[in-house]
Design a protein. Structure first.
Ligand code: ADP
Ligand code: MG
Length: 697
């Protein structure tokens, strides 16, 4: 017998108002009681006092509260449709105007009703008025709040009243137990949890308002500490989980590695040998490496990366090398393929700009496991390429990748099966010339091992840097001419115009035309970000082969480009660039044995900070020192997007101002993980709950 047909559902059950509110709260991430209790105020309003209308009229430029009885309420056209309400107390009348209003408000504000309104008073055509005040209806003698009124971060369709009620209800139900043991609180002089939270939701009348506003109050400190501690704990846990996952054991620095070293035209520096040993050791472990290779511009990171890749290939695995720009990826491809292909290594090239057919061909080779080394841009992780035997992923100039790409790489991307077909996680090697600021090293990058190349290859003649007024441009062009006659090559970097990319391109094109005209007989090339990759490559090739004498460029050449015969670098409007950027640009020369010169042209007059920056550039060639000075002058927020990525995880703490707390939280996390796993669990459950995934990055 056939089963009776089920009646199809004809309509969705209408949602109750309560569940609609719950949905909206959930959109703000407020699901459980503890979520709501930890939804702390953004700021506070002082509603503890009522001024007379007369006094309010004299309180210039600040929000005040008045109370009065409605004497008139009408929808007027002045000239726009608006609700005009007049209230009065013993001292006189005050007009309230609402440009957007509901019908219900007209009823609510009927004549004779009593209103408490808060806003700024200004003197309009019709006398003292408040435009769009916040207000509530009250009875005569209604008590005033005794403390400041919290203002919560709100979402669409959620009023402060609803949020406040949700928080108050949650506070009545939540488990208030302190997750931190007494001893830990005493050690760091921390307020207990419950009083801290209650104080922030309902500050007492005598509170230090400025400490509340700048979040230096002990109650805020407790919240920030808790948050940072949760972050440190979850990161350490994620690190353990990663270790537990397992990785391919790449322990054969065999035939390829040896042949590669033998045919290198130079000997590795002691520093390169040391970091290589560190990397080799990690690769031979059965859990994934997470290592950052830091080394100043020109210190020779590429060859170390190639040797790491050789070890993966020797061990029977595939390796990937990703670079942030086409130019750089292309250069790596040529250089490394030039080293490796003669040794029988199958190298694939993958970028976004490949033709469909070429891409298909490359993908086939990669997915069949034939390609042993894959070099490209982030196309490698974007185009869901399967790399069946991926053992090692190398990321060059890692700080140049976007925040999202970095998260994909670090958090899951390379390891979650989207690009590998086996169950292990690849080893990761990240490379950068920019040192990481200390707070970021302790938070966002806390689970990285760091290797540093602190020595430049021998035979480099130091770069001489000169700072020159822009109006001596003609002399500079003459120098370029002279250098070219001696068979040397020059870069000419066009000014950075942050406001307009179009203008920047225009300037580059103009400079190219001007230099071509001023230097007849020399070949002047041009590269900029908007050129087709093909054209860019042709020009770069011609420059690398020495056929182009002067290369006019926007900052596309900033990272990594390596043409040893280029020995003159001209940077126009150097005062517009950041120090680290100038150092990167300058690092394009000084790569061969010829004495190199960097000319920084500036537009006078220079401000004091710009002067200081150019002075540092003239006096130092040490990238770490320069980066440190840069941080002093500009703050870590400038660390290329790292602030967003590091800060995104934190709601209350601020990586710049709360560095001291970061250090304490880190120390506390270490102790708790060693001695007190129950506290770790309780603390993570309270602070992360559903957000844990997010915090793992
Ligand atoms: P970066 O660390 O800035 O990425 P590169 O890897 O591009 O530096 O190296 C800069 C230049 O130095 C390249 O031309 C490279 O071939 C060369 N080089 C690297 N190591 C050595 C070495 N040990 N001796 C001599 N030259 C080296
Ligand atoms: Mg490099």
């Amino acid at each position: 017998m056939p089963a009776p047909k089920k009646k199809p559902a004809t309509k969705e059950t209408a949602k109750s108002p309560a569940s609609k509110i719950a949905d909206k709260l959930a959109r703000l991430g407020l699901r459980s009681d503890i979520d709501k209790v930890l939804h702390l105020p953004l700021r506070y309003e002082d509603e503890t006092q009522i001024l007379t209308v007369d006094e309010a009229g004299r309180a210039f430029g600040r929000a005040v509260q008045v109370e009065g009885v409605v004497t008139a309420c009408e929808v007027a056209f002045r000239p726009r449709r608006q609700l005009v309400v007049t209230i009065a107390d013993d001292t006189g009348p005050l007009t309230m105007r609402f440009l957007n209003f509901y019908g219900s408000q007209v009823k609510q504000l009927a004549e004779g009703n009593r209103v408490r309104a808060r806003g700024e008073v200004r003197h309009g055509f019709f006398g003292a008025e408040m435009v769009h005040p916040s207000y509530k209806m009250v009875n005569a003698g209604a008590p005033l709040p005794i403390g400041l009124t919290p203002v919560y971060p709100a979402g669409e369709g959620l009023s402060q009243t609803i949020l406040r009620k949700a928080v108050v209800d949650a506070m009545a139900r939540v488990d208030w137990r302190d997750t931190l043991p007494e001893s830990l609180r005493a050690a760091h002089d921390l307020m207990p949890f419950e009083p801290a939270v209650r104080l922030l939701h309902n500050p007492p009348p005598d509170i230090d308002e400025s400490a509340l506003a700048d979040r230096s109050h002990a109650a805020w400190v407790r919240m920030k500490f808790d948050e940072l501690l949760a972050q440190q704990l979850s990161m350490k846990r994620a690190q353990e989980a990663r270790r537990a996952k397992g990785a391919a054991v790449l322990d054969k620095a065999g035939k390829l590695s040896k042949a590669f070293l033998r045919q290198l035209p130079f000997k590795l520096t002691a520093a390169q040998q040391r970091v290589l040993a560190e990397i080799r050791h990690d690769l031979a472990q059965a859990f994934p490496m997470q290592r950052l290779l830091q080394g100043d511009v020109g210190s020779g990171k590429t060859v170390v990366a190639a040797l790491a890749a050789a070890q993966a290939i020797d061990s029977g695995y595939q390796a990937v090398l990703m670079a942030p720009t086409e130019i750089l990826a292309d250069q790596h491809f040529r250089k490394i393929a030039g080293w490796m292909e003669p040794l029988g290594v199958n190298v694939a090239w993958l970028t976004g700009s490949l033709k469909a057919k070429e891409k298909r061909e490359a993908k086939e080779r990669i997915e069949a496991g034939v390609a042993q080394l894959i070099i490209g841009t982030h196309a490698v992780i974007q185009d869901d390429v399967q790399i069946p035997k991926l053992g090692l992923a190398i990321v060059d100039e890692q700080h140049r990748f976007g925040v999202g790409q970095r998260l994909t790489l670090r958090n899951k991307g390379v390891g979650d099966g989207t690009i590998i077909g086996n169950s292990t996680v690849p080893h990761q090697l990240m490379m950068s010339a920019t040192p990481i600021p200390r707070t970021l090293a302790m938070t966002y990058y806390a689970d990285l091992e760091v290797s540093v190349i602190d020595e430049l290859p021998p035979g480099r003649t130091p770069i001489v840097t000169r700072v020159i007024d822009q109006n001596r441009r003609d002399e500079v062009i003459e120098r370029v001419h002279a250098a070219a006659l001696e068979g040397r090559q020059a870069y000419w970097v066009c000014p950075l115009i942050e406001e307009s990319e179009a203008l920047q391109l225009q300037t580059a094109t103009d400079t190219h035309a001007a230099l071509s005209a001023a230097l007849p007989g020399l070949r002047v090339g041009l590269v900029h970000g908007r050129m087709k990759p093909q054209e860019k490559q042709e020009t770069m090739d011609a420059f690398a082969r020495g056929e182009v004498h002067v290369l006019v460029a926007t900052t596309v050449i900033e990272v990594g480009v390596d043409v040893p015969n280029a020995s003159l670098m001209v940077i126009e409007h150097a005062e517009r660039f950041g120090l680290s950027q100038l150092h990167q640009l300058r690092g394009r020369v000084g790569r061969g044995s010829a004495a190199s010169v960097c000319l920084l042209l500036y537009q006078s007059p220079l401000g004091p900070v710009a002067k200081e920056r150019l002075r540092i550039m003239r006096e130092s060639t040490d990238g770490f020192e320069i980066a440190r000075k840069d941080l002093e002058l500009r703050g870590p927020g400038e660390f290329l997007g790292a602030r967003q990525s590091g800060q995104a995880m934190l709601r209350f703490a601020d990586l710049e101002t709360d560095q001291w707390l970061v250090e304490r939280a880190r120390d506390a996390a270490q102790l708790l993980l060693r001695d007190d796993p129950a506290t770790v669990d309780a603390h993570l459950a309270r602070w992360l709950g559903a957000r844990e995934e997010y915090l793992k990055v």
